[in-house]
Write a protein that binds this ligand. Sequence first.
Ligand code: ADP
Ligand code: ZN
Ligand code: ZN
Length: 728
Amino acid sequence: MLIGVLIELEAEVLDKIFTYSVPIHLNDKVKLGVRVHVPFGYQKLEGFVVKTNVSNNSDYEIKDIIDVIDDIPIINKELMSIGKYISDTCLCKLITAYQAMLPSAYKAKIKNEFKIKTIKYIKLNKDIVEINQYIEDNKRAKKQIEILNCLKNTEMIEKTIFDNTVVKKLVDKGLITIIEKEVDRFKINNILEKKNITLTDKQQNVANEIINHLDNNITYLLHGVTGSGKTEVYIEIIKEVLKNGKDALMLVPEISLTPQMVSRFTNVFGDNIAVLHSGLSNVEKYDEYRKIINRKVNIVIGARSAVFAPLSKLGVIIIDEEHTSSYKQDNYPRYHAIDIAKFRSKYNTCPLILGSATPSLESYARAKKGVYKLLELKTRVGMSVLPKINIIDMKEENKQKYSIFSKILIESIKDRLNKKEQVILLLNRRGYSTFITCKNCGYTHKCPNCDISLTYHKTNDMMRCHYCGYSANLLKVCPECGSSEIKDLGYGTEKVEEELNKLFYARIVRMDVDTTSKKGSHEKIIKDFKEEKYDILLGTQMIAKGLDFPKVSLVGVINADTSLNIPDYRSSENTYQLLSQVAGRAGRSDLKGEVIIQTFNPDHYSILLTKTHDYELFYNKEMPIRKMLKYPPYYYITIVRILSKDYKEGSIEATKVKNYIKNNISDSSIVLGPTTAFMFKLNNIYRFQCIIKYKKDDKLLKTLKTLVNHYKLNKLIRIEIDNNPNKL
Ligand code: ADP
Ligand code: ZN
Ligand code: ZN
C-alpha cells in the first residue's frame, strides 16, 4: 500500500505530502492520523499519515516507512477537519495547524522521548490454603514468609519495597506474580470540601433550557452576574450529558482558575476528568492526553488549547468567562478558541455554552440579534448580594500628600483585619517600579530590543523587559549625562507589597507571573488563602476572575487606569470587565462585600458604570461609540502586519502591501495604514501594520492568501495575519 505522509519541514513554503510505501508487516497498523517514522534524505523523521491507498504517479523511487508510532490515530477525522479549517482561516500550513493542536508529546517531531510511567506490583498467585501450606513447610525462609503474610492481607503491594532476590524466588516458585500498572503523573490536588448543592429555580430553569436541546448545535450565551452560580449550572448540564453517554469539554481562561474549578468538578465526577493546561509538565500532559485518546475519561477541563481535546462523543462544550482575551492564541496560528468550539459544536451537533458576567461586546450583540440564545442569571445565589462599589478620585487624594493608598482604602483594610475577614487587592502591573528615569536629563532606561521601558524587579535587583525577557543591572549613573539622580517612577505589585508590609500588621501573599512561575505555586497560594493562612491577597489580573473565597469582604483596586490608558478601541471594555470581575470576588457568601476603586479618571463611564452592576448600561454606552468609529461588533477587523529587521525595507513593503490589499478587496471594506504597530520594535524586529475593517468581503481571504504566499520566499519580510485581534 502507498500512503501520503505530512512532515513538518521549516524550509517548505507550502504543505507537501510525501508518498511512502508500507511494508506488509505494518499494513494492519497504518491508519489515517497515526504518526509514522519515515526515511527522509539521511534523516529519520516523524510525520502524520494523511492519505491511504495513494496511487503511484511519480518517477521517484518510493521508500518504505520505518515503523508506526501510534496504535490509535492521533489526528482523528474531526481533528483533521479542524486542522483544515485553521489552515484555511488563519492562513497557515496544515502541518502548522496540526502541530499547534497537539501537546508536545504528540507532535510529529524528530525526537520523541515520552514514555508511559509504570509501577510494578506483586500479588499472590495461589490460593490461601496452598500459601499456608508453603509457609508451614518452609518455616526457615523468614523473608519469604514475611512477604507472603503481607500479601495475604491485601490485594497487591508495590514491588520495590521488598528485597529483589526474595521476590524472584517466590516468582520462580509460582507463588506470586508481578503486574505492571500505568500511573498518572498528574495528580489532581483537591483543594475544596464537598458541598451538596440543589440548584435554585432560576439555575434549574437555565439548565433545563439547555438540557432540553442537547442534540442541537445552538450557541448559548449564559450571562450571569458574578456569584450567580454559573458553575453549578455547568455541572448540572454535564451530568445530563454523561447520562446520555456523551463527553463534555470545559474551557477556563487562566491556569490560576483551574484548581478551584477542577476541585469542584472532582467533587461531583470523581476521576472521570482529564486536565490540560500550560501549568502541567510535558509528561503530565502526555498522561492526561492519553486518557482522552484511550477513552478513559468523559470530561476535559483546560485552557485554550484544550479546545482540541479529542473527546470522541462530544455532547457539550462550555467556555467559561468567554470574554477573556487569552482564548485567542496570540502567536502563529492565531486561532480563537470560540471559533474552534463553534466548529466542533456543529461537527458534533451539540450545544456550545459561552458564560460570562461581562460578555464581550461581540457576543452580547450576537445574543441580542438572536444569533446566540441569551440566558440570564441576574442575582447572586442565597443571601449574598452584589457588593457596594466606591470610586475614589486619586487626584483629590494626592492633593495634600502622595500615597499609593487612599485614606478610605487604608481604613477599610484595617477594619477587615480587625474583623478577621479577608482582602483582595488588584494591581495589574508586576515588578517594583514601572520605569527608571534620570531626574537631570529625563533619560529613561529602555529595552534595547523593544520599544518599551524596562521594569525594575527588586526581588533580584534587576531591570527586565516584560516582552522579550532582556535583563540588565539597575543603573547607578545616567549614561546620557552622568548624573546619579536616578529615580524610579510608577509602581508594580512588588512595591505595593512592600508598602502594605509597612502599613499593616498582616499576612500578605502576592500572586503574579513572578510568584507563580514555579509548578504548583498558584495552587498553593489559592489553597492557603482559602484556608485563611493569609489576610491579604495582592495580585495582577490573574486574581480577578472566577475565584471563590467566602471570607473576602473587601476588594481594592489600586489603580483602575492601567488598562484604560492603553491606546486601543477595547480599553474601555477591558477596564469595565476587569473591574466588574474583580469586584465580583467580594461578598460571595453571607458577608457583605465592599469594593474600593482608586482612579485618576473617576468620571470615565467604564469605571462609573461598574457601580450599578448593570452590564446592559455599559453595553448601551459603548455600542454607539463602536458604531461611530466603525469598530467591532459593527465591523470585523483583520490586521496585516509587515515585519522586518530592516526599517526601510519594512516601510517600503508595508506601503506595497496596503496598495495591493486596497486594490483587491471589496469597495465597501476599509484599509487603514500602514502605521507602526503597538510595540513598534519588538525583539529587534520592526512592526508595521495595515488594518482592514469589513462587514462582508468575499475577496478578502483569497487576497490575503496570495499576499502571504507572495512573501513566503522573501527573507527580509514576514507577513502576519491576525483576524479579530486582541489588540490593535
Ligand atoms: P459564578 O461562576 O456565577 O461566579 P459560582 O458557581 O462560583 O458562581 O457560585 C458562587 C458560590 O455560590 C459558590 O460558592 C457556589 O458553590 C455557591 N452556589 C451556587 N449555586 C448554589 C446553590 N444552588 N445552592 C448553594 N450554593 C450555591
Ligand atoms: Zn541624565
Ligand atoms: Zn525587550
